[in-house]
Design a binder for this molecule. Structure first.
Ligand SMILES: *[C@@H]1O[C@H](CO)[C@@H](O)[C@H](O)[C@H]1NC(C)=O
Ligand SMILES: *[C@@H]1O[C@H](CO)[C@@H](O)[C@H](O)[C@H]1NC(C)=O
Ligand SMILES: *[C@@H]1O[C@H](CO)[C@@H](O)[C@H](O)[C@H]1NC(C)=O
Ligand SMILES: *[C@@H]1O[C@H](CO)[C@@H](O)[C@H](O)[C@H]1NC(C)=O
Length: 381
């Protein structure tokens, strides 16, 4: 009797797993080979397949449009025709195209993962889950770090006009500080469009605005590099100058900052502080980490659904036919309900509306020749 029972369990397990053995799912991207978003995805999928493919029996295949159509509707339809379980939204297309892709995900019930929010008014769509921080959370975390700086004034310089809405937590910092009894002077300026104009800009900051505490808001690490490079020529790379960067990839400039003068004196002796989202060491570029996180979340969601007997089945869709992916809602829900701890960017969980919940930043400061953790700031409150 017992023997028979054992055999039955064995057969049941065997049947369950043999049916599902090594399923390959397509992950869609509208980016073309060779672009950063595409290469990040290629890495992320390779990482999942080698680290988790064998034990989960879930592997992914990166699927991109057959031809580089300028039209994003064509690109997405092409992905739907091939059958995808999810689309990873990069930030390379403009606002209008992003909205178009999001509405197509919604209409056809294809889960989409966005690496970052495009606009503060961005209507959170039912089928879009956001793996990166929401807009303004970097500024909120920065505001927390400012408390430890005890600055009495600062200059806030930002790169893009549309960045202003992100920065309101920093501009409101004034009110927070005033209630603490300190009067704080904040000046806000836009960075020149052309890096060649950084030198006159910095001169103006030094001699006319007379600011030594400077917050730079730009998501482009090349911009930071150029700015610091110009600052060094103007003796603005030494005390009392103090810089805070909202960019989460600051540690990548470590080698550049460690360059010494011909006489072997350190050049960058000013205070340089920044935010970091990625928790592992050595640090990985934020976009790459978030892309890896997106793939991990999709993989784990499918894995858990399969454990509960709801494994999604990939399906090819036609855009014209008003077709919806039958299992799309289940997978989308599975993604949003997933909770995984200690990932590249910390604990990953989502709010019911698909936003990333409780995102935590590290403050990093340059002490000696290295960036070290100087505190923790929460992006949401
Ligand atoms: C993986 O995706 C590529 C590109 O879309 C496609 O050519 C290939 O057939 C796919 N592989 C499998 C096994 O589906
Ligand atoms: C320099 O940065 C550290 C954090 O890295 C901060 O505690 C300190 O107050 C800063 N000093 C100035 C002068 O801004
Ligand atoms: C940069 O260019 C935009 C238009 O593209 C313009 O509105 C803005 O004033 C320029 N910024 C500066 C600092 O010149
Ligand atoms: C970052 O800034 C540099 C210098 O202005 C520019 O050439 C590059 O295209 C920018 N990168 C992105 C992704 O905007």
């Amino acid at each position: 009797m017992q023997e028979k029972c054992r055999l039955l369990i064995f057969c049941w397990i065997f049947a369950r797993f043999s049916v599902n053995a090594d399923e390959e799912f397509n992950i869609g991207t509208t980016s073309m080979a060779g672009t950063f978003p595409f290469e990040h995805l290629r890495y992320a999928i390779h990482r999942w397949n080698t680290e988790n493919g064998a034990h989960t029996q879930i592997t992914f295949n990166l699927t991109s449009p057959d031809y580089p159509s300028r039209n994003y509707e064509d690109r997405v339809c092409n992905l739907f025709q091939k059958g995808v379980v999810a689309i990873i939204l990069s930030n390379e297309q403009d606002e209008k195209d992003t909205q178009l892709i999001k509405s197509m995900c919604h209409f056809h019930h294809i889960p989409c993962i966005a690496l970052q929010a495009t606009s503060i008014q961005d209507s959170i769509s039912d089928f879009v889950t956001m793996i990166g921080p929401s807009r303004g959370s970097g500024a909120r975390a920065t505001a927390e770090f400012l408390d430890s700086m005890r600055w009495t004034s600062f200059l806030l310089a930002y790169q893009d006009g549309s960045d202003l809405e992100d920065l309101s937590p920093l501009m409101q910092y004034k009110q927070i500080a005033e209630t603490g009894g300190r009067k704080l002077l904040i000046k806000v300026r836009r960075l020149p469009n052309n890096t060649a104009d950084y030198e006159p800009f910095l001169k103006h900051v030094k001699t006319r605005l007379k600011q030594t505490n400077i917050i730079i808001h730009s998501n482009n690490i090349t911009i930071l590099y150029h700015l610091l490079d110009r600052a060094r020529g103007l003796n603005m790379a030494e005390p009392p100058f103090s810089y805070v960067f909202t960019n989460t990839d600051l540690s990548l400039l470590e080698d550049f900052l460690n360059n010494n003068s011909p006489k072997n004196d350190p050049i960058f002796t000013c205070n340089i502080t920044g935010l970091q989202l990625v928790k592992n060491d050595p640090m990985m570029k934020t976009q790459l980490a978030l892309t890896s996180e997106a793939i991990y979340v999709i993989g784990m969601a499918i894995y858990r659904l399969r454990e509960f007997g709801h494994a999604p089945r990939q399906e090819k869709l036609e855009c014209g036919g008003h077709s919806q992916w039958v299992d799309g809602a289940i997978l989308n829900d599975g993604i949003r309900k997933l909770k995984v701890a200690n990932q590249l960017t910390g604990d990953v969980r989502f709010r019911p509306n698909g936003e990333r919940d409780e995102i935590m930043y590290h403050g990093v400061g340059r002490i000696g020749n290295k960036f070290v953790k100087v505190g923790v700031g929460w992006g949401d409150f």
